[in-house]
Design a protein around this ligand. Structure first.
Ligand code: AMP
Length: 542
């Protein structure tokens, strides 16, 4: 017997309609590329996202066509979040930090039809537009009078002119909630980047679970600052959860330095902020130097890489801000676990609480997880046994975009590539990454890409790239090189060889020449042995 309840599809358009109806005065504040502060309300965002939907309809885009963005966190990007997905197209948030060649590859792979970009990325768009073979429309996110006359980009129009001629009444289409809504590429450990393709249903369920008190605890009384970029897994779902709860949104635009972020937190009375450890490190450094204190900030969610204990202590003990250590990944929309205490932890002393807070936390309702050994047998939840972490749930991918039915799942579970323990209370702690990718400033650097460039040098026989701990960037790559017999290249010569072949921040910090790189039984480089050999190594300048 079926239940007798209405079966309304979970669609992203319903989020902005809800915010318009129930929180129309709710504020959306953005620091713009131009440097000024822009203020509007959820009603404005709702009206303008409907104008976006009209403008896309007029471009004759089909259902499910990809509309790409190269943009910072800001109100126009938010309008595209709702206008693109709400009208049945797929929002593809490109990462402007990638090398132009990678951007071209990804845009072509996604078959993007439209590209909307902030003016700060005009040089990138100029460099790539002729190679992005599927993009038919280029929209600069600016006022009509700011559009450059001689950009060389065919048909370039300003966002404001593009939406201006359209009305703000629009009947959002109704369709299957399992339809694709947005996509985000992750740089895998091997080969080309892969895309997670989110659905309306997965996005809404993720936002719903993420907003709960034992997750991000979002409400209409919050002022939320996502420092995590909207091009990185949809800013961890915060734009959707904020519209669902009516929370005020504060967007930092391109100004991610400690001083600008601190000023925005104070001026906009931010209560909740989200970002990777690197961002908070810069802000805490600024605060310590200038002897500053927060007046409104209550909690901050930190994830993307492990949050150092000193950072949790600084936030908690010095500034009275609760740290929510969180873990997730692009393939998980991204939230998997958030570290919030249980009732039994409340009376504990701060030292004891700290041992809990350091962990990546408990699974959100909707995420199931397990750890397994080398043969796939499930390991106990005792906080000691560690194994490969697998997850499943309605906002975890089933396969990659254009995966051609080739599922990454193992018996229905997604292997995260992380190694973890889980304790008896269900708190998960990442002990290691089984991957060799390097995380620098919250972004991946593929060790294989770095190695491939070194290997392209005529004097290099073998190259292994590994990440070295860095106090500011978390990790920085170095490359360990074996020279070809009789050939020569200097450290400086090899580093110069990287220029123009990859993004600047992906160039290794150092080159170490060795006679041989240890190889395993199947001919694979044994990076663990290399790391052991280099345990006393210090990066240049540290
Ligand atoms: P991404 O897909 O770029 O979001 O990266 C996901 C990966 O980042 C995970 O598989 C982890 O290896 C790592 N990661 C994310 N959050 C954390 C965390 N809190 N602690 C340690 N590693 C993390």
């Amino acid at each position: 017997m079926l239940g007798l309840m209405q079966s309304q599809q979970l669609l992203i358009s319903s989020l902005i309609e809800f915010a318009d109806r129930h929180h129309h005065e709710g504020e959306v504040v953005s620091r713009r590329v131009e440097g000024d502060i822009h203020r509007c309300t959820y009603r404005d965002i709702a009206q303008r996202s409907r104008q976006v939907a009209h403008a896309l309809d007029q471009m004759d885009l089909g259902f499910g066509d990809r509309v790409a963005t190269l943009a910072w966190n800001g109100y126009r990007h938010l309008e595209l979040y709702f206008g693109v997905s709400g009208s049945g197209r797929v929002l593809h948030t490109l990462n402007p930090r990638l090398h132009p060649d990678q951007i071209v590859w990804i845009a072509n792979h996604a078959e993007d039809q439209v590209l909307c970009f902030d003016m700060s990325f005009l040089p990138i768009v100029k460099a790539v537009h002729s190679r992005c073979t599927t993009i038919k429309h280029f929209i600069a996110l600016c006022d009509a009078d700011k559009l450059p006359a001689d950009s060389g980009i065919p048909g370039l129009q300003s966002y404001e002119a593009w939406i201006a001629s359209h009305g703000s009444t629009y009947y959002w289409p109704e369709f299957d909630e399992n339809s694709a809504s947005s996509m985000c590429y992750t740089s895998g450990t091997t080969g080309n980047p892969k895309a997670a393709l989110y659905s309306h249903r997965s996005t809404i369920l993720h936002a719903w679970a993420g907003a709960l008190p034992d997750a991000l605890n979002m409400s209409a009384r919050d002022s939320v600052l996502p420092v995590v970029p909207m091009f990185h897994v949809n800013a961890w779902g915060l734009p959707y959860a904020a519209a669902m709860t009516g929370a005020k949104m504060v967007f930092p635009g391109p100004a991610m330095d400690g001083k600008s972020i601190f000023e925005l937190i104070e001026s906009e009375k931010v209560t909740f902020a989200a970002g990777v450890p690197t961002v908070w490190q810069m802000m805490l450094g600024h605060m310590q130097q200038a002897d500053l204190r927060f007046s409104t900030l209550k909690r901050t969610v930190i994830g993307g890489s492990a949050c150092p204990p000193a950072m949790i202590t600084a936030f908690n003990d010095v500034y009275g801000v609760e740290v929510l250590h969180a873990w997730g990944m692009t393939e998980m929309s991204p939230l998997g676990t958030v570290c919030t205490l249980k009732n039994k932890h409340v009376p504990m002393g701060s030292q004891e609480k700290m041992t809990v807070r350091l962990k990546q936390g408990r699974a959100l309702y909707g995420v199931d997880m397990k750890i397994v050994d080398d043969v796939g047998a499930e390991l106990p939840w005792d906080g000691k046994a560690y194994g490969d972490l697998l997850v499943k749930g309605p906002w975890v991918i089933s396969e990659y975009y254009k995966g051609e039915g080739d599922s990454p799942l193992v018996d229905g579970w997604f292997p995260t590539g992380d190694v973890a323990t889980i304790d008896a209370d269900g708190y998960m702690q990442i002990t290691d990454r089984s991957k060799d990718v390097i995380k620098s400033g919250g972004e991946w650097i593929s060790s294989i890409d770095v190695e491939n460039i070194a290997m392209a040098h005529p004097a290099v026989a073998m190259a292994a790239c590994i990440g070295m701990k860095h106090p500011k960037w978390d990790e920085r790559p170095i490359v360990v090189v074996v020279k070809k017999p009789g050939a020569d290249v200097s450290r400086e010569g090899l580093l110069a060889f990287y220029e123009g072949r990859t993004a600047k921040w992906q160039i290794p910090d150092d080159v170490i020449f060795v006679d041989a790189i240890p190889l395993g039984g199947t001919g694979k480089m044994q990076k663990t042995k290399l790391r052991e050999a280099l345990q006393d190594y210090k990066l240049p300048g540290l």
